[in-house]
Design a protein around this ligand. Structure first.
Ligand code: ADP
Ligand code: MG
Length: 226
């Protein structure tokens, strides 16, 4: 095993009031690895991802990116390097191109139209730049969300049930697209799902969450009965 993991959490914990929503998670993800995290609703999967991206603050524990405590990084830099896709794309009103320009603009980079078109082609939406996001299907909106993440040239992506709100056809297409892009870009990935079959299809390793704890971790064939 690589002794310099891309991402490592150490005793990562979040307590809200009396409730321990993430409980001492130790997770190591190697560069280019796809870690699928599976668990029932309410087990803390989304909360774990939010901690890793520092959308929420841990109440205990640490996160290391390339061996560096993430608190040493400015939050904007962290969120550029660690992208996140949710179950539903939070696109703001406007065009597809506006949404993709937004992230880079926050760090003073103006994406040229050709770059936007390249990103859109990458996610199967060539020519969509001028479309109003209000008119996109669920699958198209998720592709825009992915293009928006890719515009930041992330090293790690966190996927929070990115296909679970889609109909079957869009689900399959977005899953295939994600798999292709993760491979081609060599992205390190933590992908949350409640779908065991999806976990088995995508995973290098699978982690099982229950009541805020990562209770087991292993190869997909050890973790998931056929
Ligand atoms: P999952 O994504 O696995 O369905 P979540 O991470 O959304 O689970 O939630 C885990 C638990 O933490 C749930 O019991 C949820 O109600 C609780 N929870 C999530 N966010 C908060 C919060 N901000 N305040 C209090 N409880 C929360
Ligand atoms: Mg969730």
């Amino acid at each position: 095993m690589d002794s310099n993991p891309k991402l490592r959490t150490e005793n990562l914990t979040r307590v809200v009031g009396e409730k321990v929503i993430v409980a001492g998670v130790n997770l190591t993800v190697q560069a280019g690895e796809v870690m699928m995290v599976v668990g029932p609703s309410g087990s803390g999967k989304s909360s774990l991802l939010r901690l890793i991206n520092r959308l929420d603050e841990p109440t205990a524990g640490r996160v290391y990116l390339d061996g560096r405590d993430y608190r040493e990084l400015p939050p904007l830099a962290l969120r550029r390097r660690v992208g996140m896709m949710m179950q539903m794309a939070y696109l703001f009103p406007g065009t597809v191109a506006d949404n993709i320009r937004f992230g880079p603009r926050q760090r003073g980079v103006e994406l040229p139209d050709e770059e936007i078109e390249r990103l859109l082609s990458r996610v199967g939406l060539a020519g969509f730049g001028g479309r109003d996001v209000a008119r996109l299907s669920g699958g198209e909106a998720q592709r825009v969300a992915l293009a928006r993440v890719l515009a930041n040239e992330p090293e790690v992506i966190l996927l929070d049930e990115p296909t679970s709100a889609l109909d079957q056809e869009a689900k399959d297409a977005v899953e295939d697209l994600l798999q292709e892009i993760i491979r081609e870009e060599g992205l390190t990935c933590i992908w949350v799902t409640h779908d065991l079959h999806q976990a088995a299809r995508m995973a290098d390793r699978v982690g099982l969450m229950e009541k805020g704890k990562l209770i087991r971790i292993g190869a997909p064939e050890e973790m998931i009965d056929a």
